[in-house]
Design a protein around this ligand. Sequence first.
Ligand SMILES: Cc1cc2nc3c(=O)[nH]c(=O)nc-3n(C[C@H](O)[C@H](O)[C@H](O)COP(=O)(O)OP(=O)(O)OC[C@H]3O[C@@H](n4cnc5c(N)ncnc54)[C@H](O)[C@@H]3O)c2cc1C
Length: 537
Amino acid sequence: MTEEQQTDFVIVGAGIAGLRAAIGLAADGARVLVVTKEALGESNTNYAQGGIAVAMSGEEDVSLHLEDTVNAGDGLVNREAARVLVEEGPLRVEELMLWGTAFDRENGKLMLTREGAHSRNRILHAHGDATGAEIGRALLRHARAMPNITLREWTTTIGLDLEDGVVAGVQLLDRDESVRHVYARAVLLASGGAGQVYSDTTNPAVATGDGIAMAWRAGAEIADMEFYQFHPTALSLPGVQRFLLSEALRGEGAYLINSGGERFMERYHPLLELAPRDVVARAITREGMGPNGETPPVYLDMRHVTNIDPGKRFPGISAFLAEHKLDLRRDLIPVRPAAHYLMGGVRTDVHGRTSLPRLYAAGEVACTGVHGANRLASNSLLEGLVFGARAAEAMAGVPAVPNPSVERPKQVPVHHARDFSEALRELQKLMWNNAGLLRDAEGLKAAAAEFPRLSRPWRGTYLTRALVEYRNLQTVSRMIVQSALGREESRGAHYRNDFPQRDDDRFARHSIIQKDGARPSSILRMEEEDVVTSAAV
Ligand SMILES: Cc1cc2nc3c(=O)[nH]c(=O)nc-3n(C[C@H](O)[C@H](O)[C@H](O)COP(=O)(O)OP(=O)(O)OC[C@H]3O[C@@H](n4cnc5c(N)ncnc54)[C@H](O)[C@@H]3O)c2cc1C
């Protein structure tokens, strides 16, 4: 069954970016439809533990936050976007508090903690280690109180409708597997990251890169896909999900030690355990490699930290560890890296505009350039908030289109449902082994050679959410591999064993991928030095 509907704006995703944008648009009186793949609240935002970085103590703090962000990004940060982030951040966070977000306080004053590569304490947190859930709760409550916002759960966006190359709406797949088209003045992609590309990830099941894949299919520019941040410390217990052990644990003084009991970070970086995440993640990988390539565990050690009560400061983490008979006060906690945050994505300007007219993107799905080659810890919630608000302001000025005559992409032929779980596991393992923390040309080419075989299962199969996600993960995987192969240097989160040095002469530039035959960019200024690949990914 195919239905058609009209609204003013469609927002794909109900994390921090989508909800903030919806509130901004609805405040102007527009009708806003927000769709989300699962229940409201199931998003990366909901799992964010450590906090939100924001310079609340004046101008000096703002300029230091800018410098920290630029330094973490290893030569690729878009300074204009980063300036917007740090300067508008305090106002947007004040707004969050007005809407009821309860950040942790001591004697009435906001508590501030520090994470890796921050030069001072500027991370706000809530309920100890449940910052994202608290922000999401407050935003959702605010959004629910606005009658012109419609929130639709268990609805998967499967593609963008175009009218003469201009985005005119979305195709939605309902839970009962019926397809509907919703036309709108503009569409915002706020669909989050793609951690499910990898076998080891901190991301929930909804993070399948859908927004990036559908934007690419529609012809939008995609940037910097080789930069995937791996969080150094996810819990490493056999058969247990890769539960994140926040960097704030190290901010509060936890050490990393190897299986010989040695605190090893001093061999890798002067900032020790608070070095940039990619440095810590690679150090753990190397320490974990025994003489015969086996992987004895690396541990997080908080036993010496006596100035805080870990049970109170990190209640969520402590409760999860307790389920597995571990206690931060008493035990060494085995850890290993996991895919965590995608710096690349749908390329936007500082107003959330993509290279396609009427298509906007904000949050983890977008590449504003604020993170460059590596994200500064706790900058991503702030990015979703600031650029969600900005995208809404820009979208509000988009005029209505009378009766769009839409070019609909071909439907996937419906034959029979299939179980993609085995093919998916194979893809995720391939990406982890060949396009993960440590890469080289041989491994990346071997991954690329496997893609045609792995793409076979989706041909002529039933149109289900699993199929849509599997196809999108394939598309995103190809983009990561292609971009990683092209960048013959090591920078930020991208590390090539065969090119271990940063090479500014050849690679101080962004990687842009666009579909073969796509139109030239109409909105974004293409920098001359950007590497543009026009590819059938
Ligand atoms: C475990 C964990 C801890 C983290 N800790 C921190 C932290 O302490 N500080 C920090 O700054 N960042 C942290 N991050 C990163 C941060 O949470 C995310 O980058 C940020 O929340 C992304 O927000 P978003 O609004 O862009 O997307 P998300 O919050 O991921 O929301 C995406 C939404 O899009 C929906 N969606 C996706 N595809 C579709 C589709 N096809 N159709 C319909 N809906 C769709 C999803 O259902 C979801 O509602 C953490 C991430 C994880 C996983």
